[in-house]
Design a protein around this ligand. Structure first.
Ligand code: ASN
Length: 588
């Protein structure tokens, strides 16, 4: 989580419908178009004077300055464009299909359903063009939408916030203005790389919320995770909770979500025949809402139906009816569920579990065990695993490992410090051949081709340390094979100096070459090695592609020096090269 910098922050507001923009027709509320025009007329949503002075395009709105949330940067302006979807929805009509389209809209230039707005936009990808995204959505299925979007959008580096209202924005007394303004300010002023939901002054993780009230303004709660931020006279960010963007991998939109998933709420006395009817194909996955801490009836006929479905390959996730708490295995009635092949959903909301199921079952090429394994992992912060179940690498085996483990636990505020330390830590880990630490650094977002204070990359230090395992890992990750440090030295030369033959072989096979500068003084060095009968040293140079016939500073070759010194083993080696393969090793 970081404070957004720069004089201007550009947002895209995707308006999908919902009460916030609804109008009354024949006594009932229906989705209403023209939200941008409404906002343009409200001074809290648009500073017309500033827009004109800056020559902002016709479709761009700008928030007035001086929000209480931005005292540190009063000059920073949040501009936004409202993209009105067609058709607009009461969210009760929305499905995974529409939510995937929203995700595609965030990523892409456009989608056919936005045609009316598109002509106004330059042909650029929205995700690159905007700093953050607000999705204006109906509240009835907003928790489902936020959950689905959290799984569909992978590697988010930007803030995505869903919001809406219980009362239309045109009404005198409404919650739409406050919610939308809050969402725009949060997305404009903070980089919170998650799918969030803003309502009634609180910013929640999107896949943790559920709608709990159909009329009060406090419509949502996040029963098992505190809000990520609370807005009052000040903005309080719960920094420990905000997820950190991992690495620089590009955004991935997972559009292949499985549609044949369902939600089954158990009730006392539910007949086995009804469960059987529900679990029939084409259904591929079910979220089953059970009692208390994941308990269900232990009637043999019901358990048989569940077991038979699980054996057919139907994936069942166990979530509790209860708002708070987690599925456990404390009771026999809970163990019976687990025994029937049902996967624990721990403290996930049913909305999050359904979205996760749809995401996991939509992943191509996964075996049944692979799907269950993915479901059991916390993928987007959607569930709290019991203590000890997290798959954190255990790094306590070395001092370096312990230091990196401490680094992993640093608060989000320490990002800058962490980023500054990463290259040196990666170099140290590579030198020690500590693959576990290197992997942990990768997961923390470290770029393994960054240079440390003297311009060396992890490949340099792995080569200097003679660590073929680390060299292999780095090369597999696609790092440059011939980087030069501050002194112009390459990993290959460092490996030659250390006589690390295995590493030299790996680097040569990957295309590494000694540069003319590195070969400048090679003749003199070869003569020195020849005079000392250092066969290993000579073989390393030969293996790295050096010409062993090249003369030293006084014009003599290594062979002449070896002969004069009577180093027969070296003489034989050099003569063999001259007579056979040649003094120069074959190219990479
Ligand atoms: N029925 C509306 C919707 O979900 C409810 C709302 O937005 N408050 O679209």
């Amino acid at each position: 989580m970081a404070r957004a910098l720069g004089p201007e922050r550009r947002l895209l507001a995707v308006y999908t419908g919902g009460t916030i923009g609804m109008r009354s027709e024949h006594g009932v509320l229906v989705p209403g178009s023209g939200l941008a025009a409404v906002l343009r007329a409200l001074p809290m949503f648009h500073d017309e004077e500033h827009a004109r002075a800056c020559g902002l395009p016709e479709d761009t709105l700008v928030l007035p300055p001086g929000s209480p949330a931005s005292p540190a940067s009063p000059a920073q302006r949040v501009t936004y464009t409202v993209l009105e979807c067609q058709p607009l929805f009461d969210s009760s009509d929305m499905t995974i299909t529409e939510w995937v389209q929203i995700a595609q809209t965030i990523e892409e230039e456009a989608h056919p359903w936005e045609e009316a707005c598109l002509s106004l936009l330059p042909p650029q990808r929205h995700y690159g063009q905007y700093d953050g995204f607000v999705v204006i959505h109906g509240t009835d299925t907003m928790a489902f939408a936020a959950s689905v979007l959290s799984f569909v959008l992978e590697n988010l580096q930007k803030t995505v916030i869903l919001t809406g209202a219980q009362v239309p924005i045109h009404a005198l007394w409404n919650d739409g203005r406050e919610n939308l303004l809050g969402a725009l300010l949060m997305a404009g002023q903070y980089v919170i790389p998650e799918v969030c939901l803003f309502f009634q002054n609180q910013l929640f993780r999107g896949n943790r919320v559920t709608k709990v009230d159909s009329c009060r303004f406090a419509a949502f709660c996040s029963p098992n995770l505190p809000p990520l931020a609370v807005v009052g006279t000040d903005v309080t960010i719960n920094r420990e909770l905000v997820r950190k963007a991992r690495g620089k991998d590009p955004l991935v939109v997972h559009s292949s979500m499985e549609r044949d998933v369902g939600l089954l709420r158990l009730y006392p006395g539910i007949p086995a025949a009804l469960v059987r009817a529900f679990l029939q194909p084409p259904l591929k996955g079910v979220v089953m809402e059970t009692f208390g801490s994941g308990n269900g009836p232990t009637k043999p006929d019901l358990l048989r139906e569940l077991q038979a479905a699980a054996e057919r390959g139907l994936v069942i996730v166990n979530c509790s009816h209860c708002l708070q708490g987690s599925v456990t295995s404390d009771y026999a009635a809970g163990m019976a569920m687990a025994g029937a092949g049902i996967v624990s959903g721990f403290d996930m909301t049913s909305e999050a579990a359904l979205a996760k199921l749809s995401y996991v079952l939509g992943q191509p090429g996964l075996s049944l065990d692979g799907k269950k394994e993915l479901l059991a992992r916390d993928l987007r912060g959607e569930m709290t695993l019991p203590t000890g179940a997290e798959r954190r690498p255990s790094l306590s085996c070395s001092a370096l490992g312990r230091r990196v483990a401490q680094l992993l636990t640093l608060s989000q505020e320490a990002d800058a410090v962490r980023d500054a330390l990463m290259p040196s830590l990666a170099c140290a880990a590579a030198h020690a051949g500590n693959l576990e630490v290197l992997q942990a650094l990768v997961e923390l977002g470290s770029d393994l081709s960054l240079e440390n204070f003297n311009g060396q990359t992890p490949l340099h230090t792995a080569a200097r340390g003679g660590q073929p395992g680390a060299v292999t890992m780095l090369l597999r990750r696609g790092v440059d094979v011939d980087p030069r440090d501050e002194d112009g030295l390459s990993p290959l030369l460092l490996a030659v100096k250390g006589r690390h033959r295995g590493v030299i072989e790996l680097l040569r096979a990957a295309g590494a070459c000694l540069s003319p500068r590195e070969l400048e003084d090679a003749g003199t060095e070869l003569c020195r090695l020849a005079s000392r009968a250092d066969l290993d040293g000579l073989q390393s140079w030969w293996q790295a592609g050096a010409d062993l016939g090249c003369p030293g500073y006084d014009g003599r070759s290594a062979l002449l020096v070896a002969e004069a010194a009577g180093n027969l083993e070296v003489v034989t080696f050099l003569q063999k090269l001259q007579g056979g393969a040649g003094a120069q090793a074959p190219g990479p």
